[in-house]
Design a protein around this ligand. Sequence first.
Ligand code: 6PG
Length: 448
Amino acid sequence: MKNQIGIIGLGVMGNALARNILNQGYSLSVYNKTFSKTNSFVENYSAEGYADLKSFLDSLKKPRIIILMISDFAVDQMIDELLFYLEEEDILIDGGNSFYKDTFKRIEKVHKNKVLYLGMGVSGGEKGALEGPSLMPSGDKKAYDYVENILKDIAAKRSDSIACVQYIGPEGSGHFVKMVHNAIEYAIMQLIAESYSLLKSFGYDLDEIADIFDHYNQGRLQSYLMEITSKIVNYQKKDEYLIEKIKDEAKQKGTGKWCAISSFEYEAAIPTLIEAVQARTFSQQPHGKDIHVRHNKSNELVDGIEKLLYLSIIMIYEQGFGLMNKASETHHWELNLSAIASIWQEGCIIKSSFLKQLEEVFKKHKSILEDENLQNEINQALNSWMNTIIKMMSSEIYAPVSCSAWTYYMGKKTALGMNLIMAQRDYFGAHGYERIDQQGQFHSNWNQ
Ligand code: 6PG
């Protein structure tokens, strides 16, 4: 007999996850603040719906398993209401996009009532939640062990049948990892948008651009984001390409911004991820409207963009995993980077064949750039990458993420000029500097 699971929140994601749980043969109780949503859910699906929290909780066998699928701002109040009824060993799982530091506090709070807690990143949008998302649970290991089989049932499965769920670590580490996932998502989306602009500036029409992205999707760039880009670019309604009718302004819900702020806190350099967040903010300000055709179509360009995309994606992952590594060291989470690359291979928005490669790389290295095979791939494509960046400049398109990825890699290979910065600081503020030929702190009287 499978457990009876409780879901609170029947918004887009909660509704889809609830149906996924039913499809896996579990019994389900549902509760939503607005009862009409509960009512219409139970009319369509074989779940038990409740209008009040107490009856909802009474319908579950102890220890109760309750999944919260509600907006971040509503979580604290819901926990307070629940704590009135919950008992020792009951399990609360927050499957929303919560800020990881809130998850820290929430765990502490529920522990006072001996309730167990998991902060769980859920990725894959509505389709993923229904057909199998990528799950990033963290918090009480005891709770994870209890619900592991349930999570494995509802998670996405890889082609080798491995479920895309792993215990990420203690505290809010699961929500932290989901936050970084989203920042990587922003960066890859922005990168693709820049390649789209570049193709337009070379005179490619939308049909052709769709074919080019489809072509990329057949090779080492195979990924969900590449696949949907090809479909989106080609999408027509009443003989009009819908993409041409959409405003050139990007919205955001905040996870990318949280990630940018965290990078300063952990002193992790993620410039390319931050550029993608900034690009969305920038798009809200007055900006240009047209992409002018500046060059002629060329196979060299199509090949160059493939390389630019691939190498930039390497730099994006290098930065995202670098940040996770830093946070892991700070909080002693012991994040398993290879396992994270493994559970992102299916179900989530950034799923791609490249993550299979990363799963192997992180078994041996902490940094992607330490991997000899990938380093060879970078070296082979370096010239073409540089030429494509130059084409971006001469096309006069907006390409902050592509340029940042290139600059990031250059920084890994060349001196940075920070000796001059340190000399300037010492000149005007006597901040001191270190030397390459002697130990210790130095200060010079630059005016003498
Ligand atoms: C996912 C997505 C999901 C959501 C983003 C969108 O992994 O399923 O990341 O969580 O689509 O939060 O974020 P923005 O609204 O900030 O683009």
